[in-house]
Ligand binder design. Structure first.
Ligand SMILES: [Zn+2]
Length: 215
Protein backbone atom coordinates (compact mmCIF):
# COMPACT_ATOMS: atom_id res chain seq x y z
CA UNK A 1 0.00 0.00 0.00
CA UNK A 2 1.31 3.46 -0.90
CA UNK A 3 1.53 5.62 2.20
CA UNK A 4 -0.39 8.92 2.21
CA UNK A 5 2.80 10.77 3.28
CA UNK A 6 4.70 9.50 0.24
CA UNK A 7 1.88 10.70 -2.07
CA UNK A 8 1.97 14.13 -0.39
CA UNK A 9 5.78 14.21 -0.74
CA UNK A 10 5.54 13.39 -4.45
CA UNK A 11 3.01 16.20 -4.99
CA UNK A 12 5.17 18.63 -3.01
CA UNK A 13 8.20 17.54 -5.06
CA UNK A 14 6.30 18.41 -8.26
CA UNK A 15 5.21 21.79 -6.83
CA UNK A 16 8.85 22.54 -5.93
CA UNK A 17 10.00 21.76 -9.48
CA UNK A 18 7.38 24.16 -10.88
CA UNK A 19 7.96 26.91 -8.31
CA UNK A 20 11.62 27.77 -7.70
CA UNK A 21 10.69 29.62 -4.51
CA UNK A 22 9.52 26.32 -2.96
CA UNK A 23 12.09 23.89 -1.57
CA UNK A 24 11.68 20.47 0.05
CA UNK A 25 15.21 19.09 -0.39
CA UNK A 26 18.52 20.88 -0.97
CA UNK A 27 20.66 19.65 -3.84
CA UNK A 28 24.24 19.42 -2.57
CA UNK A 29 27.27 17.17 -2.84
CA UNK A 30 28.10 17.99 0.79
CA UNK A 31 27.44 15.40 3.47
CA UNK A 32 24.96 17.65 5.24
CA UNK A 33 21.50 17.40 6.80
CA UNK A 34 19.18 20.33 7.49
CA UNK A 35 17.38 20.03 10.81
CA UNK A 36 14.27 22.21 11.11
CA UNK A 37 12.18 22.83 14.21
CA UNK A 38 8.59 24.09 14.06
CA UNK A 39 6.09 25.61 16.49
CA UNK A 40 8.45 27.22 19.01
CA UNK A 41 9.88 29.10 20.66
CA UNK A 42 9.10 27.11 23.82
CA UNK A 43 11.08 28.26 26.87
CA UNK A 44 13.09 25.45 28.47
CA UNK A 45 12.46 23.06 25.56
CA UNK A 46 14.10 25.32 22.97
CA UNK A 47 16.84 26.22 25.49
CA UNK A 48 17.65 22.55 26.14
CA UNK A 49 17.58 21.85 22.41
CA UNK A 50 20.02 24.71 21.75
CA UNK A 51 22.43 23.19 24.30
CA UNK A 52 22.17 19.77 22.64
CA UNK A 53 22.78 21.23 19.17
CA UNK A 54 25.85 23.06 20.45
CA UNK A 55 27.33 19.79 21.75
CA UNK A 56 27.31 18.47 18.17
CA UNK A 57 28.33 21.75 16.54
CA UNK A 58 24.97 21.55 14.78
CA UNK A 59 23.21 24.51 13.16
CA UNK A 60 19.49 24.33 12.46
CA UNK A 61 16.52 26.33 11.21
CA UNK A 62 13.75 27.34 13.60
CA UNK A 63 10.33 28.04 12.06
CA UNK A 64 8.77 30.04 14.85
CA UNK A 65 5.20 31.15 15.43
CA UNK A 66 5.30 34.96 15.49
CA UNK A 67 2.92 35.34 18.46
CA UNK A 68 5.02 32.92 20.54
CA UNK A 69 8.18 34.74 19.45
CA UNK A 70 6.75 38.01 20.80
CA UNK A 71 6.09 36.31 24.15
CA UNK A 72 9.63 34.90 24.38
CA UNK A 73 12.02 37.34 22.66
CA UNK A 74 14.91 36.13 24.84
CA UNK A 75 14.69 32.66 23.26
CA UNK A 76 14.69 34.20 19.76
CA UNK A 77 17.80 36.18 20.68
CA UNK A 78 19.52 32.95 21.82
CA UNK A 79 18.61 31.17 18.57
CA UNK A 80 20.13 33.99 16.50
CA UNK A 81 23.20 34.43 18.71
CA UNK A 82 23.98 30.71 18.31
CA UNK A 83 24.08 31.09 14.51
CA UNK A 84 20.88 29.26 13.60
CA UNK A 85 18.45 30.43 10.91
CA UNK A 86 15.11 31.91 11.91
CA UNK A 87 12.13 31.12 9.68
CA UNK A 88 8.56 32.37 9.71
CA UNK A 89 5.87 29.81 10.66
CA UNK A 90 2.94 32.29 10.50
CA UNK A 91 1.30 34.53 13.04
CA UNK A 92 -0.60 31.95 15.09
CA UNK A 93 -0.45 28.66 13.21
CA UNK A 94 -3.73 28.83 11.30
CA UNK A 95 -4.44 26.42 8.47
CA UNK A 96 -3.76 28.53 5.34
CA UNK A 97 -6.04 26.29 3.28
CA UNK A 98 -8.98 27.77 5.21
CA UNK A 99 -7.88 31.43 4.80
CA UNK A 100 -8.77 33.82 1.97
CA UNK A 101 -5.94 35.32 -0.08
CA UNK A 102 -6.35 38.61 1.82
CA UNK A 103 -6.17 36.80 5.17
CA UNK A 104 -3.09 34.89 4.03
CA UNK A 105 -1.42 38.14 2.94
CA UNK A 106 -2.27 39.77 6.24
CA UNK A 107 -0.83 36.83 8.19
CA UNK A 108 2.41 36.68 6.18
CA UNK A 109 3.00 40.45 6.36
CA UNK A 110 2.14 40.81 10.04
CA UNK A 111 4.31 37.87 11.06
CA UNK A 112 7.18 39.17 8.89
CA UNK A 113 6.95 42.57 10.60
CA UNK A 114 6.83 40.98 14.07
CA UNK A 115 9.84 38.74 13.44
CA UNK A 116 11.87 41.47 11.73
CA UNK A 117 11.39 43.58 14.85
CA UNK A 118 12.84 40.77 16.96
CA UNK A 119 15.82 39.87 14.82
CA UNK A 120 16.63 43.15 13.02
CA UNK A 121 16.51 41.56 9.59
CA UNK A 122 13.57 40.17 7.65
CA UNK A 123 13.07 36.39 7.54
CA UNK A 124 13.73 34.92 4.11
CA UNK A 125 11.98 31.63 4.73
CA UNK A 126 8.38 30.63 5.40
CA UNK A 127 6.82 27.30 6.29
CA UNK A 128 3.04 26.87 6.11
CA UNK A 129 1.47 25.55 9.34
CA UNK A 130 1.20 21.73 9.03
CA UNK A 131 2.80 22.05 5.58
CA UNK A 132 -0.59 23.03 4.15
CA UNK A 133 0.44 25.06 1.09
CA UNK A 134 -1.85 26.79 -1.37
CA UNK A 135 -0.99 28.26 -4.78
CA UNK A 136 -2.04 31.72 -3.60
CA UNK A 137 0.35 31.40 -0.63
CA UNK A 138 3.21 30.34 -2.92
CA UNK A 139 2.63 33.34 -5.23
CA UNK A 140 2.34 35.62 -2.20
CA UNK A 141 5.72 34.39 -0.92
CA UNK A 142 7.26 34.98 -4.34
CA UNK A 143 5.87 38.52 -4.39
CA UNK A 144 7.63 39.20 -1.06
CA UNK A 145 10.90 37.45 -1.96
CA UNK A 146 10.27 34.64 0.53
CA UNK A 147 11.13 30.99 -0.05
CA UNK A 148 8.70 28.31 1.10
CA UNK A 149 10.48 25.48 2.88
CA UNK A 150 8.81 22.08 3.12
CA UNK A 151 10.67 18.91 4.19
CA UNK A 152 11.90 15.65 2.71
CA UNK A 153 11.79 13.58 5.94
CA UNK A 154 9.21 13.89 8.71
CA UNK A 155 10.30 12.77 12.19
CA UNK A 156 6.61 12.33 13.12
CA UNK A 157 7.52 13.62 16.57
CA UNK A 158 4.02 15.14 16.88
CA UNK A 159 2.47 11.64 16.94
CA UNK A 160 1.68 9.67 20.09
CA UNK A 161 4.16 6.93 19.02
CA UNK A 162 7.02 6.50 21.53
CA UNK A 163 10.22 8.44 20.87
CA UNK A 164 12.18 5.17 20.87
CA UNK A 165 10.07 3.80 18.01
CA UNK A 166 10.27 7.06 16.03
CA UNK A 167 14.04 7.18 16.55
CA UNK A 168 14.36 3.62 15.26
CA UNK A 169 12.44 4.40 12.08
CA UNK A 170 14.71 7.39 11.35
CA UNK A 171 17.79 5.24 11.96
CA UNK A 172 16.39 2.72 9.48
CA UNK A 173 15.56 5.43 6.91
CA UNK A 174 18.17 6.11 4.22
CA UNK A 175 19.49 9.67 4.64
CA UNK A 176 20.73 11.44 1.53
CA UNK A 177 22.79 14.63 1.31
CA UNK A 178 20.63 17.72 1.69
CA UNK A 179 17.60 16.15 3.35
CA UNK A 180 15.40 18.66 5.16
CA UNK A 181 14.17 17.04 8.39
CA UNK A 182 11.02 18.14 10.18
CA UNK A 183 11.04 18.21 13.99
CA UNK A 184 9.13 20.29 16.55
CA UNK A 185 10.42 22.17 19.58
CA UNK A 186 7.07 22.50 21.35
CA UNK A 187 7.79 19.32 23.35
CA UNK A 188 10.87 17.39 24.52
CA UNK A 189 10.22 14.50 22.17
CA UNK A 190 12.57 15.82 19.48
CA UNK A 191 15.32 16.28 22.08
CA UNK A 192 14.92 12.68 23.26
CA UNK A 193 15.15 11.49 19.66
CA UNK A 194 18.11 13.68 18.70
CA UNK A 195 20.23 12.50 21.64
CA UNK A 196 20.51 9.21 19.72
CA UNK A 197 20.13 10.52 16.16
CA UNK A 198 22.78 13.27 16.17
CA UNK A 199 25.68 10.97 17.15
CA UNK A 200 24.33 8.29 14.80
CA UNK A 201 24.23 10.61 11.77
CA UNK A 202 27.55 12.18 12.73
CA UNK A 203 29.12 8.69 12.63
CA UNK A 204 27.71 8.36 9.10
CA UNK A 205 29.73 11.45 8.18
CA UNK A 206 26.95 14.03 8.25
CA UNK A 207 27.16 17.52 9.67
CA UNK A 208 24.15 19.69 10.42
CA UNK A 209 23.65 23.08 8.80
CA UNK A 210 21.16 25.94 8.84
CA UNK A 211 19.33 26.71 5.59
CA UNK A 212 20.73 30.24 5.29
CA UNK A 213 23.46 30.24 2.68
CA UNK A 214 22.15 27.12 0.92
CA UNK A 215 18.80 28.46 -0.35
ZN1 LIG B 1 3.63 23.89 12.81
Amino acid sequence: MVKMSSIVNRVIGKVCRLHPNMVSHIRTSERVLFLTFDDGPTPQVTDTLLDLLEQFDAKATFFVIAKEATRHPEVIAKIIAAGHTLGNHSLQHENFQTLSRAEQANDVLQSQTTLSGLCQSPCKYFRAPQGKWTFSLISLLKQHALTGIHWSKDSNDFKTTSFEKLTRSLIDAEMKNGEILLFHDDSEKSINMLKTLLPHWQKQGFRFAAIEGYV
